[in-house]
Design a protein around this ligand. Structure first.
Ligand code: BGC
Length: 554
């Protein structure tokens, strides 16, 4: 029987609040030291209570786990450590019952070298379809203009395979050979994989590493027209069969290069806004709105059904690929004094440690995340201010077990601590005895309670997910102010990026006669007139005002 997706609104992803989580890190129900689907089911009450509306699950497929599951060995199954397909179905039904949508990973660009397609290709005759699932060469000289992405681990995008007697192409780790989209059999396989999961009822896919699908000589091998053709074919396939599903592109590129991933509304529904993310951190450290305003002004308009995916942190390093060399140096200096925190072109830290565990800075950045145009994505654990462990290697330091209580293993698992897939965070500031869900659920002024409130407010005002944005240009550059509008709803957002009290005059004559009502406390401020509107903000303070027309006012 065909299972249904969880949602009736075709634009559900625009109103969504997405929570990103690795199943292995969330909750371990069978106490083997590794999180699993059964554990996730047990924690759905928590996620529902938090108020998020969509779960994005990191890869959970059979895999040698040399890139935390982004090295897939079987696309249509579950890694035995996380459970079975039956467990997955139970989880999906339970999530849908709670009106939580589920987005999973589709790693299109590459497989693990352990995938049977690659093992077959290595020994298949040179001109065969099977060999042609991957990209081969007799020399390392092809596609010289393509950059290496994992600069700390790889020096070339080619690796010699003695069994094949040829080099194979890989944009990431050498154990992740790239699939060859010039071979029509590859796209057919991928469409089958998609149908498998859509049939089960998943609501969408995060399309991993999409800029690199196709290679062409003399180009950077990124964002090529033929890559867009593949994505459009995928979209056509979905639209013809599976209503209300969503494609989210991971294209770590400049806004102008990401824009084509939306096509004319006929490619991906969503794409991450990579360049905005580091600029929020930059604006905060510089105490100047300029970097944020500059990137927002460069951000192209999107076709109607499309939406940006916004985030502060995720499972990877805080990437600094989409900044200038100068900006990268600045970010390293400002946010990773400890060189141990740097990885590839980025910083492997969580949100709270990045901002010196300063609650006001966390709240300010979250207020931007939840009020900029797009759909916010919260990375598991950041809602309680979890820390990281940069000594764990690669990006594992931001993938440690979720901290549920102050009991053994943070109550993530009852296994012996030595069996856990990763040590829990134990330092005095961020350790599970100091930072955990149980304590924060009891504490009315905890970050967790604050976050629940923010999520609730965001959901009350559709203008955040659906509305337009106009930036204001007050003389005080430490203050960022913008208006979000949707139909007759108008929200004014004002944020102080600095550590000190600021005053600001806003040009609001266009809203003369309206009353700003502060949304968090539901407090009226004086009616807006023709003259500049004067406000003061505390250190890192922010306001969201609903501009209301009151009876008796014109
Ligand atoms: C994922 C990474 C992964 C890489 C290769 C990325 O963009 O976010 O975690 O290592 O793709 O699959």
């Amino acid at each position: 029987m065909r299972r249904r997706s969880g949602v009736a609104d075709p634009l559900w992803y625009k109103r969504a609040i997405i929570y990103e989580l690795p199943v292995k890190s969330f909750f371990d129900a069978n106490n083997d030291g590794i999180g699993d689907f059964e554990g996730l089911v047990q924690k759905l009450d928590y996620l529902e209570g938090l108020g998020v509306t969509c779960l994005w699950l990191l890869p959970f497929f059979p895999s040698p786990l040399r890139d935390d599951g982004y090295d897939i060995a079987d696309y249509c199954n579950i890694h035995p450590s996380y459970g079975t397909l039956e467990d997955f179905k139970r989880f999906l039904d339970a999530a849908h019952e709670r009106h939580l949508q589920v987005v999973i990973e589709l790693v299109l660009n590459h497989t693990s070298d352990a995938h049977p397609w690659f093992q077959r290709a290595r020994t298949a005759p040179r001109e065969s379809v099977e060999r042609g699932y991957y990209v081969w060469s007799d020399t390392e000289d092809r596609y010289r203009e393509a950059r290496v992405i994992f600069v700390d681990s790889e020096r070339s995008n080619w690796t010699w395979d003695p069994a094949a007697g040829a080099y194979y192409w890989h944009r990431f780790f050498r154990h992740q050979p790239d699939l060859n989209y010039d071979n029509p059999a590859v796209l057919r396989e991928v469409l089958q994989v998609m149908d498998f999961w859509l049939e089960l009822g998943v609501d969408g896919f995060r399309l991993d590493a999409v800029p690199y699908l196709v290679e062409r000589e003399g180009t950077s091998c990124e964002n090529l027209d033929d890559t867009h053709k593949v994505l459009k074919a995928i979209r056509r396939h979905i639209d013809a069969r599976w209503p209300n599903r969503m494609l989210l592109a991971e294209a770590n590129q400049w806004p102008a290069d990401v824009r084509p991933y939306f096509g004319d509304g006929d490619e991906c529904h969503m794409a991450f806004h990579f360049p905005l993310m580091p600029r929020m951190f930059m604006g905060l450290h510089l105490e100047d709105r300029h970097p944020i305003v500059e990137i927002l002004e460069q951000t192209p308009a999107l076709p109607d059904p499309c939406q940006w995916a916004l985030f502060l942190r995720n499972h990877d390093e805080l990437t600094l690929e989409m900044v200038t060399d100068e900006e990268r140096d600045y970010m390293y200096l400002a946010y990773s004094a400890d060189p141990q925190a740097r990885l590839n072109l980025g910083i492997r830290r969580r949100l709270a440690p990045l901002v010196g565990n300063n609650r006001r800075r966390i709240e300010l950045l979250s207020s931007l995340l939840f009020s900029f145009p797009g759909t916010p994505i919260l990375y598991y654990g950041d809602e309680i201010g979890m820390g990281d462990n940069t000594h764990l290697g690669d990006r594992n330091g931001v993938r440690t077990p979720m901290q549920w209580t102050s009991d053994r293993n943070a109550r993530f698992s009852r296994a012996d601590p030595a069996r856990l897939y990763s040590p829990v965070i134990m330092d005095p500031i961020y350790g599970y005895q100091a930072i955990n869900v149980e304590a924060q659920e009891r504490d009315p002024s905890s970050l967790l309670q604050w976050m629940k409130n923010l999520i609730g407010l965001r959901k009350l005002f559709p203008a955040f997910g659906l509305g337009s944005m106009e930036l204001l240009h007050p003389a005080n550059r430490k203050v960022l102010a913008y208006v979000r509008r949707h139909g007759s709803d108008t929200i004014l957002c004002v944020a102080n990026l600095s550590r000190s009290v600021q005053a600001v005059e806003l040009e609001l004559a266009a809203f003369a006669g309206l009353t700003p009502v502060e949304i968090l406390g539901y407090t009226d401020l004086p009616v807006i007139g023709e003259r500049p509107y004067f406000l003061t903000l505390g250190p890192y303070g922010f306001y969201w005002f609903e501009l209301q027309r009151r009876d008796g006012h014109a």
